[in-house]
Design a protein around this ligand. Structure first.
Ligand code: ADP
Length: 612
């Protein structure tokens, strides 16, 4: 993530180089201009001064050249004196030549022999006008003045003055100054490099620190602060940066807290929640959803929602997005798992801009709900069916009676008896249904009292003994065997309702034991339950029906049950009654060999001295 900046790309380098270049350019411009001006001024001054001096010297020499009262040698010496007075350190040679072309005097000590001889300098053959020029003489610059010397009358030249001056030294002076300037600029350059680097670093250091801090923030570390070096723009930037990083941290914290809250809400929800991205890939899945779908988060995350819910065949993502809503997935149908129905609510996640960013699915296990719903539907159809059967048979008997059978004394009484029996059965069934529906609605208040359960059971069984003894049909011989604990078991029950349960179990034992046999009734206590069981030697119940016989209207053999006047509701009512008492009812059976029904009631054994 962090790209290394090469030195030549750095702001540090750029600022330093800009600084130095600026400095060098200004020094160069100033230097060039200054040196040129200096050179011009120095040389022009020198030339002007020399010219003026030479001119005035030429005038001074008129007298000496015109003098005729002295000998030539004397005159020459005088001229030489005038020349010597004039000579300065810059003068290389001053020479006077007269109108006959003879050298009258020269300041050059090496050329004293030329005095009185013919002049050998070509330039001096013409002395009609004054001339000045710069020449190079043996590698050095020399300033030449040739000035005619006029007679006192002022018109005819009577000689010429020749002066050679050393101008090279002036140039050297200028060069010296230029050298000093050059050295100074080198020093200034060197110093400016140091200063530029320092200034550049003072600018880039806070920027560097801010860069580092930004990288730390990107990594999620908010602990650092950028140092504020001053109140300039960079200082203000650093302060703003610090404030910004604090704000980001706060926002991050708030988001984190929000996320945690959401996470804990999601994980504690009783519904499964799945969120997907735009392409339907799972991005969030909570514990409950993983449980419901039996997947791990690794398996689910990134997986397509259609695949995860196994609805690829019936739905497309487009369809879910276009018509979000509720669907039912029956996993039993898909043979994935037994009895498992999921309700999935789809809703779209839409941003304010209208952009669809995904789906949220809420999963709800509705197996129980759907089962109840199915039971309710089955119940209604069962009730109608159960009531229709006796009504149809009654209708046919009554029809036969009204068609004239009432006059037939042989059939009429039996027809009427059947009708009466069917009516009784319907009344029983309706009473049972009413009972059940009261219990379903939770409207039945148990009229509980403490009873000695041993006595209660004995009371019921005594009644059955009586029936057995008075039984007319000799084939049906029952023996009711009692295996009771000797200890008195006091329980808190609704006596009428418990008697109803006991009656029902005993009746069934007799009903479904066509060949009679022993009916063994056992009463025992466990640590906190009283258990009463009734074991017969009758038909027994096939294994597959064992769980179902407590359902409403369920009968193993409908015809047999009806023939015995059964409604198929007895065990369903018994179950509700036991549930209301906080007890239970269950069955074990072996087909063809008999069944055993058990009921249990909660029981707290009392200390013996409780009654004393
Ligand atoms: P029913 O009015 O048909 O007896 P119940 O609810 O009392 O209704 O019983 C439901 C079904 O359970 C009966 O139809 C019968 O098939 C079965 N059943 C109950 N008790 C016994 C038993 N002791 N032996 C065999 N089958 C029994």
């Amino acid at each position: 993530m962090k790209k290394k900046i090469r030195f030549f790309q750095s702001v540090n380098f750029k600022i330093a180089i800009a600084f130095i270049l600026l400095l060098l350019i200004s020094i160069e411009i100033i230097g060039a201009y200054f040196i040129r001006e200096l050179e011009q001024n120095t040389i022009t001054d020198f030339e002007n001064l020399t010219n003026a001096q030479v001119e005035s010297l030429a005038k001074n020499l008129t007298d000496e050249l015109e003098k005729s009262d002295v000998s030539r040698t004397e005159a020459n010496e005088n001229i030489r004196k005038v020349l010597d007075d004039f000579v300065s350190s810059d003068t290389l040679e001053a020479r006077v030549v007269d109108d006959r072309g003879l050298v009258r005097a020269t300041t050059d000590l090496t050329k004293q022999n030329d005095v009185g001889k013919k002049n050998d300098l070509k330039d001096l053959n013409d002395f009609s006008n004054s001339r000045k020029k710069e020449i190079i003489d043996s590698g050095k610059r020399v300033w030449i003045n040739i000035e005619p010397i006029y007679s006192s009358t002022g018109t005819t030249p009577i000689g010429v003055l020749y002066v050679r001056s050393n101008i090279e030294s002036r140039y050297n002076d200028v060069n010296d100054v230029a050298l000093i300037f050059f050295t100074a600029s080198l020093i200034a350059g060197a110093v400016s490099i140091v200063v530029a680097v320092l200034i550049a670093r003072s600018i880039t250091r806070p920027i560097d620190e801010m860069k580092e801090q930004a990288l730390r923030i990107a990594r999620g570390d908010y602990s650092g602060k950028v140092k504020v070096y001053g109140q300039d723009e960079l200082g203000q930037l650093a302060e703003t940066f610090n404030a910004l990083s604090e704000q980001i941290e706060e926002t991050q914290d708030a988001m984190e807290a929000e996320r945690n809250r959401l996470d804990s809400v999601l994980s504690h929800m009783n519904d499964g929640v799945i969120a997907t991205d735009r392409r339907g890939k799972v991005i969030i899945i909570n514990e409950m959803a993983m449980d419901l779908l039996s997947v791990t988060s690794e398996e689910a995350l990134g997986q397509s929602i259609l695949k995860l819910l196994d609805i690829e065949e019936d739905y497309t993502l487009r369809k879910l997005l276009e018509e979000p809503g509720e669907i039912l997935i029956d996993f039993a149908e898909k043979e994935i798992s037994e009895d498992f129905i999921l309700k999935v609510d789809f809703s779209m996640i839409r941003r304010e801009s209208g952009f669809i960013s995904g789906l949220v699915c809420v999963l709800h296990d509705v197996t129980e709900q759907e089962k109840n719903e199915k039971e309710r539907r089955d119940f209604v159809s069962n009730v109608s069916h159960e009531l229709r059967t006796p009504l149809t048979s009654m209708r046919s008997y009554i029809e036969a009676l009204s068609d004239g059978a009432w006059e037939n004394p042989e059939v009429a009484p039996s027809f009427l008896k059947v009708t009466l029996e069917e009516t009784d059965r319907m009344i029983r069934m309706i009473n049972d249904l009413l009972n059940l529906s009261r219990m379903d609605a939770g409207n039945t208040q148990l009229q509980t009292e403490y009873v000695n359960f041993n006595e209660l059971v004995n009371f019921v069984l005594d009644r059955f003994d009586m029936i057995v003894q008075n039984e007319e049909d000799p084939r049906k011989k029952y023996v009711i065997k009692r295996e009771f604990t000797t200890r008195a078991l006091w329980v808190e029950v609704d006596t009428d309702k418990i008697i109803q349960v006991l009656d029902n179990i005993m009746n069934n034992a007799i009903k479904y034991s066509p060949d009679g046999g022993v009916i063994t009734c056992t009463l025992i206590e466990t640590h906190n339950n009283v258990i009463f069981s009734v074991r017969d030697q009758g038909l027994g119940i096939p294994k597959k029906d064992l769980n179902k016989i407590f359902e409403r209207f369920y009968r193993v053999d409908k015809a047999r049950s009806r023939a015995q006047g059964g409604t198929g509701l007895g065990l369903a009512i018994s179950k509700e009654v036991m549930k209301a008492h906080g007890g239970d009812i269950w069955v074990t059976s072996e087909e063809g060999r008999g069944s055993a029904f058990y009921i249990s009631l909660p029981y707290e054994p009392y200390e013996e001295d409780w009654w004393e």
